[in-house]
Design a protein around this ligand. Structure first.
Ligand SMILES: [Cu+2]
Length: 83
């Protein structure tokens, strides 16, 4: 499982956060624990496979926000997000 962290510019309120979460879920239906924070300007989610940066970038741009960067980090089973 990979923890994906996406830096996004332009989130101003809770609605924006909800929009971003919805966008990510639509673009990557297998994404888990999708969350977005306007405070940190980023969204995070868990994903089994490699994500396509192109799809992510386009989905966020199409929603009206600015994609800044994405990083992926291997998540251990017994880590913070383990079950
Ligand atoms: Cu907003």
């Amino acid at each position: 499982m990979n923890k994906i962290t996406v830096k996004i510019d332009g989130m101003m309120c809770g609605m924006c956060e909800a929009h971003i979460c919805e966008t990510i879920r639509n673009a990557f239906p297998d994404a888990k624990k999708v969350s977005a924070s306007r405070k940190s300007g980023e969204a995070t989610f868990l994903y089994e496979k490699e994500i396509s940066e192109e799809i992510l970038k386009k989905a966020i741009a199409d929603t009206g926000y600015t994609f800044v960067s994405v990083s992926s980090e291997e998540q251990k089973k017994h880590g913070l997000f383990g079950r």
